[in-house]
Design a protein around this ligand. Structure first.
Ligand code: KIV
Ligand code: ZN
Length: 515
């Protein structure tokens, strides 16, 4: 029988450390609910001590998301662990994850501690966390650059102190599959009491080996893998959840291991994370890239037509890629709408259903047929709305061959209606310049991307923009059958988020980052 490997998702903590991938609380709750539908075993919801926003995200996810264990990161410090517990105490299945470096290079230059001091602190902090919860994870940070004998000593001591999971991080993405397999094997065979804890791994992708290293660790006996959706994370990212899960599922014959993941939810989860973080998935990315299942070579297509298995090692359906399904039409009512959302796995409050239904009706006037993806876009738009300082009241654009693109934009700015006309190099540029003039924003546009949500010329265009101001980076989204309107909505959504984020920062100070 295949061993079940636990999937610990850290998209909301390590993933969020990707430059520009920060998410607000509503967005984190939405992603966490989708992670629960994906059936991850553990959600690392944030680092409660690092900021009031992270604290609130951990607290809300712990209370609102059913199924997975919910975890908060905490440095090996009393105040961090106390704060993690504060955030988690309402969660049915809480975990505290505490960490301290074990490599000499970190201990000497960053922590200014001796090996003995670090070991003592790790033990004390695991005991302290066990005073609050039965489920405590300890990570010896930079484990792969640590002296192996010392690493074994620390792992043994923290298990003795009550750690139920010990996670071995390749913090700087330095190790290789063979070396990492050897480290895990050594820990398993030499550390006394190792079988009382789950051995976990957490790999970064600096040399492109995060997934290979994680799978080598599974072969060597690791029972938990830490990973993120689309592999997002600090620098080159973390091991990608979808690659690990599909690797194990597709090659179960080799790994003799599987996970609890509902793989049909993978594609949807990937789209949601990409949309919310603004981190575009490269087209040739394994499993979730747009080309991952596209066969263009004539010889391959010929083989596929004769027998799918000639060139297809996974079925697109197994990650939830199906033909866009028509689910509702122009005349569908509130009841059918609510039922369809429930079928797609969304449970919304009455207030959210009302807002989403209004959006659905407006869209249904423009578009005859509604596909699953349209409903997904409506739900994420509704659930992640931020208080609006700027609202679009009206928009008119003139452009065409040998015409100067001109936009007239009317905005509600904090309750005051303001209207201006401006020009630009193209219709979107004209709209953006005019909005910038009205709002007097100091932000810089870092990225603009547009894609069609479904096929057909009446498809909704989904626009995502990234803005930066004073080191805060936000992503805004907008969807509409008119891509100029979608572009304006996305820009305003980003400006509203930026205003909120800058306000929060002024009140709370800057968030503490981990590693
Ligand atoms: O990469 C790392 O070492 C981490 C730890 C906090 C687990 O993210
Ligand atoms: Zn990490």
């Amino acid at each position: 029988m295949a061993r079940i490997i636990r999937i610990f998702d850290t998209t909301l903590r390590d993933g969020e450390q990707s430059p520009g991938a920060s998410m607000n609380i509503e967005e984190k709750v939405l992603v966490a609910k989708q992670l629960a539908r994906l059936r991850v075993d553990i959600i690392e919801a944030g680092f409660a001590y690092s900021s009031p926003g992270d604290f609130e995200a951990v607290r809300r996810i712990g209370q609102e998301v059913e199924g997975p264990i919910v975890c908060s990161l905490a440095r090996a410090r009393v105040e961090d662990i106390d704060r993690a517990w504060e955030a988690l105490k309402g969660a049915p299945r809480p975990r505290i994850h505490t960490f301290l470096s074990t490599s000499d290079i970190h201990l000497k230059y960053q922590f200014r501690m001796t090996r003995d001091e670090a070991l003592k602190r790790a033990v004390e902090m695991v005991r302290h966390a066990r005073g609050y919860v039965d489920d405590v994870e300890f990570s010896p940070m930079d484990a792969t650059r640590s002296d192996l004998a010392y690493l074994c000593e620390v792992v043994e001591a923290v298990i003795e102190a009550g750690a139920t999971t010990v996670n071995i991080p390749d913090t700087v993405g330095y190790t290789t599959p063979q070396e990492f397999g050897h480290i895990i094997q050594t820990l398993r065979t030499t550390v006394r009491g190792c079988d009382r804890a789950i051995l976990s791994v957490h790999c970064h992708n600096d040399l492109g080996l995060a997934v290979a290293n994680s799978l080598a660790a599974v072969l060597a006996g690791a029972g938990q893998v830490e990973c993120t959706i689309n592999g997002i994370g600090e620098r080159a990212g973390n091991a990608s959840l979808e690659e690990i899960v599909m690797g194990l599922r597709t090659r179960a014959d080799f790994y003799q291991a599987d996970t609890n993941i509902q793989t049909e939810e993978i594609s949807k989860t990937s789209r949601l994370v990409s949309k919310i973080t603004g981190m575009v998935v490269q087209p040739n990315k394994a499993i979730v890239g747009a080309n991952a299942f596209a066969h263009t070579s004539g010889i391959h297509q010929d083989g596929l037509l004769k027998e799918k298995r000639t060139y297809e090692i996974m079925r697109p359906e197994s990650i939830g890629l199906t033909q866009s399904r028509l689910v509702l039409g122009k005349l569908s009512g509130r009841h059918a709408f609510r039922e369809q959302l429930a079928k797609l796995g969304y449970s919304l409050s009455d207030e959210e259903i009302n807002a989403a239904f209004d959006r659905f009706k407006r869209l249904a006037d423009q578009k005859k047929e509604m596909f699953e993806e349209d409903l997904e876009a409506i739900v994420s738009e509704t659930a992640t709305r931020v208080p609006e300082r700027y609202t679009l009241k009206s928009l008119q654009v003139q452009s065409g061959l040998r015409q100067v693109p001109t936009a007239t934009v009317e905005l509600d700015v904090n309750g005051q209606v303001m209207k201006e006309t401006g020009t630009g190099d193209g219709p979107v540029d004209a709209v953006y310049r005019t909005i910038a003039a009205i709002t007097k924003t100091k932000s810089r546009l870092l990225a603009y991307a547009v894609k069609a949500i479904t096929g057909g010329t009446d498809a909704q265009g989904e626009v995502s923009v990234r803005l930066e101001q004073d080191d805060e980076i936000v992503t805004g989204n907008g969807a509409d059958t008119d891509i100029i309107v979608a572009s304006a909505q996305a820009y305003l959504n980003a400006l509203n988020k930026l205003a909120l984020q800058l306000e929060r920062r002024a009140q709370e100070g800057k968030k503490i980052q981990t590693c």
